[in-house]
Design a binder for this molecule. Structure first.
Ligand code: AGP
Length: 605
């Protein structure tokens, strides 16, 4: 994920920017850059692909000044490269911009206003800086030009912008919508950052910005303006640090950080598993082994098992291979009757789960081929299986698994694409996974940006309840099981995930006045049925929260999901359920990262 830093009024601007970017490394990125101005007419732009250390190596002693901006980029629009790295520059070389977020209508803006401008990069960000340059050249001052551009950006967009004007170089022009951005109050200077962690060496006092505000930051002043240009006074808040908090960035909890990281993980998987020509990068030996199989056996525990349930739908629908999903601890002592040519897939975030390992040991004794899908290279299950695919989700610290679940489903989809294509299956050939996962990443971002709304729902629905239910059909049922596990493990609310059609066969007896029921609706084939099951529980007093895909939503649905392929819908529908679990735990005052009785890696049976 991207990171932003900025400073004005400090002679050590270059070091402050580079150190700040270094602190943001934990968020993941693929390129970085800085622009520093010395206030005497000279400016220095340095960008590099790769690590901050590579950028540092390029920064010579001449790169000095008191004002500057910097950025770590996780590619969204355009591949990771020096050209696509931020800061971006207007055609006349006057304006410099860094940006976190996604500009939804960037192609419309390009077509309408910039037909005569030769763009240097593939990014949505460059459109913004070119527009500022264009409007300034037409006679607007920098602030007015910036304002005008902000008014053209559509509602779907998210941004944290930090802009510099070479002709007025002590000012930083700042704006945000949905993406986080803070102003740090220094002693005789000020800083800007997307994450307080980046600037904790400079200050512990930060001013939070709200969506739609524009700020002009100078060495001695911070002017916050609302949408109507009224000045707002806001006191800074103090950030205390302890070593553990540093590891979490400025997040209060790993779980929230890891929920937020999911859009970046989707993009990372696309980067890791697709060639430049759009073909999938999967080892041929693995595809050869899969092509011999007459049935797949997915073996896993907990959240990974739930990711396997979604995988079954993908493998059966896109690769036409019968697929069974088994709880590892059950399989270990009570294996099913196996087909003639089984292929085993072990899903395990940690790669160390004892129940799963026990099955793998047995599979190896039988001599069947296997694949481990894991987040941890060189973990036991990775070493012992025939093949390994890595999740590339970054370390998952919170006990409640979030980003590993979505990474597992995304990687299953990528594997299915390669497998189905190798089998010449039309539906797999048509399934554009890279495009869908990019849509998923943007959709996830929209959902994590709705935290305030979900926090309120958790407060209303889950703060004091004794029990709760998730219901759905098809992949929504698979998701319901994961959502229920997440809620129960961090909030201790007794929660179950049900196939909504099963309610009438017993569970509806538990519904009483005010029982929270969350209905998940993402599959057009079954939407009407789940809605009518929801009506049945409403008639018995349940308090129903509807989470529905945009094209299936009706008036009154509380959480609307972006439209993506229904087979991948758990990748987005899970996000509000993770946030509900997180905020329910907060409401009830629990240690969300370390729930009672649970361990991150379950290495005993
Ligand atoms: C989920 O939130 C849990 N922490 C747990 O169910 C976990 O998914 C399970 O223990 C399996 O772990 P693994 O993926 O590391 O094998």
């Amino acid at each position: 994920m991207c990171g932003i830093v900025g400073v004005t009024g400090n002679q050590n601007a270059t070091d402050i920017l580079l150190d700040g970017l270094q602190q943001l490394e934990y968020r993941g990125y693929d390129s970085a850059g800085i622009y520093v101005n010395d206030q005497h007419g000279d400016g220095f732009l340095v960008k590099e692909k790769g690590r901050i250390a590579d950028l540092r190596a390029l920064v010579g002693p001449e790169v000095k000044g008191s004002t500057g901006i910097g950025h770590t980029r996780w590619a969204t629009h355009g591949v990771p490269s020096v050209t696509n790295a931020h800061p971006h520059v207007s055609a006349d070389g006057r304006f410099f911009l860094v940006h976190n977020g996604v500009i939804g209508n960037f192609s419309e803006l390009r077509e309408k206003y910039l037909a005569d401008v030769e763009l240097k990069s593939d990014t949505d960000t460059e459109i913004i800086v070119q527009l500022v340059g264009k409007f300034a050249a037409e006679g607007l001052d920098t602030f007015a030009a910036f304002r005008k551009v902000l008014s053209l950006v559509d509602e779907s967009s998210s941004y944290a912008f930090l802009l510099m004007d070479k002709e007025d170089p002590s000012k930083l022009f700042v704006a945000k919508n949905k993406s986080p951005l803070l102003i740090g109050v220094g002693d005789g200077f000020n800083v800007v950052c997307s994450d307080a962690l980046a600037m904790l060496n400079q200050t512990h006092d930060f001013i939070e910005l709200t969506d739609g505000e524009v700020v002009i930051v100078e060495p001695q002043s911070i002017k916050i303006l609302d949408q109507d240009d009224n000045e707002i006074k806001r006191e800074p808040f103090h950030v205390d640090t302890d070593p553990e908090a540093v590891q979490k960035g400025a997040y209060a909890h790993y779980m929230l950080k890891e929920i937020d990281e999911q859009p970046g993980v989707m993009r990372k998987l696309v980067q890791e598993y697709f060639n430049e020509d759009g073909t999938v990068k999967i080892d041929q030996a693995l595809l050869d082994d899969l092509s011999q199989a007459d049935r797949l056996y997915i073996v896993a525990a907990g959240t990974s098992y739930h990711a396997g349930l979604v995988g079954k739908e993908l493998f059966e629908k896109l690769a036409n291979i019968p697929t069974e999903v088994h709880v590892a601890s059950e399989f270990a002592y009570n294996p099913p009757l196996l087909s003639e040519k089984p292929f085993f897939i072990f899903l395990t975030q940690s790669g160390e789960t004892a129940d799963s390992r026990q099955v793998l040991t047995q599979v190896n004794k039988w001599g069947y081929p296997s694949l481990t899908i894991t987040n941890v290279p060189n973990s036991t299950l990775s070493r012992e299986a025939t093949h390994t695919l890595l999740l590339h989700a970054g370390p998952e610290i919170a006990v409640a698994s979030t980003k590993a679940y979505t990474a597992q489903i995304a990687l299953e989809a990528i594997l299915v694409k390669a497998y189905g294509e190798a089998k010449n299956i039309e539906r797999a050939k048509e399934f554009d996974v890279a495009k869908e996962l990019t849509k998923v990443a943007n959709g996830m971002q929209e959902l994590v940006d709705e935290k305030g709304k979900i926090e309120q729902i958790a407060k209303d629905l889950l703060a004091t309840t004794r029990n709760a239910f998730y219901i759905g059909r098809g992949v929504d049922y698979a998701l319901a099981q994961e959502a229920a596990l997440k809620l129960k493990e961090v909030s201790y609310i007794q929660t179950e995930g049900f196939a909504s059609g099963e309610l009438k066969h017993g569970t509806i007896a538990l519904i009483e006045d005010g029982t929270p029921v969350v209905a998940i609706i993402t599959d057009p084939k079954m939407a009407a049925h789940t809605r009518s099951n929801a009506q049945e529980v409403i008639a018995r007093g349940a308090n129903v929260l509807f989470i529905a895909s945009r094209d299936l939503a009706v008036a009154g649905d509380q959480i609307i999901l972006p439209d993506i392929d229904p087979l991948l819908s758990p990748l987005v529908s899970v996000v509000p359920t993770q946030l509900l679990a997180y905020y329910a735990s907060m409401q009830r005052g629990y240690d969300v990262d370390k729930p009672r009785n649970l361990a991150k890696s379950v290495t005993v049976e």
